[in-house]
Design a protein around this ligand. Sequence first.
Ligand code: GLV
Ligand code: MN
Ligand code: MN
Length: 400
Amino acid sequence: MNIDPDRFLADLHALRRFGAAGVGKGVVRPAYSEPDIEARRWLAGRMEEAGLRVEVDEMGNMFGIAPGRSLLLGSHSDSQPQGGWLDGALGVIAALEVARAAVEAGGPAVSVVSFQDEEGRFGVTTGSAVWAGHLTLGEADALEDHAGVPLADARARMVDMVTGPVSAEHFTGFVELHIEQGPNLDNAGEKVGVVTDIVGIRDMKITFDGQQNHAGTTPMAVRRDAFQAVSAFNSALNERLRNVVTPRTVWTIGHVSLTPNASSIVPGRAVFSMQWRDADSDRLHRMEKIIRELADEVASERGMEVSFGQMLGLEPVAMDAQLRDALCAAAEDEVPGQWRRMPSGALHDATNVSKLLPVAMLFAPSINGISHAFEEDTAEDDLVTATQVLARAVAASGAR
Ligand code: GLV
Ligand code: MN
Ligand code: MN
């Protein structure tokens, strides 16, 4: 089965035009934004042209379904608030191309998906979490983005596209091609990575409540400054975690919101995102305990209140051995000696889908390991090679 590189790259560039922003090939296409919804309308058209039946569930996950039972390929087409052109998009367009190549080759049938809100405007991989039953639609609807918009309101913007629930019974397994989003393949000059397992994640909002006051007249000694609390918490955290973490454990405060966020007002409230990831669930749990204790301690030392938002998370998962081996065999045939097995430090929809179907993942290199940034990129030859490896693995799975 051979993909058409020009057709594949043309569609990848066409998708990038929805929300194209910033320098280079940057994209701003958060879940349920105008560009995201317009991109999904375009994608539905491309799926239909490929002979797939388009179905969209209430979350906005969009499926292009092949006749009969089939392998499902895909990823997501929403982006981070500032993202690159390949995160998610590569997996969706590669899936579309492999589905077309499969029709041209006379099989096997391939279905395509673009999950909604993988990038977590509202949570953590929200669309696939609901599809896989990890979250109920009601629980998801109550989630709010950083601006306080409820997911229920956001998804109402694309309700005209919804056809109804989509059963996992259509599919025999799920394979997601994605960029690595780290430096390993690029540094080694390797062409693809076959994923062994995906890390787990925890994510919650923490709020410090102090006293809003005048920035000129309030003596330092009596201030209850919510940003000072965030700053003290952040400074102490690395040391507190030191004996629990490994070099692969990561933690991030990526969003801080101060109230009222003005130069001449001591901030009375700070809400911030606290996220941590590791391959071991037990370590994630021990980190949670340390995070909660430290936040309590910082608040009580400053006469402030602390509260913890809903804990969102996903457990680490291993890839399905049979699908993973099909990717390894295809990689060795296509790029002998120029690939590796590797874990994923980024999160993916495949984690949720593993609750329903056997899953596997393939990585393409990321130039300089940069992602979740406008500079994210991959050499076009490498994008084509990874997609061809995917097509080869799909053809072999169909032949078994
Ligand atoms: C997904 O984009 C992640 O944050 O790993
Ligand atoms: Mn992604
Ligand atoms: Mn991402």
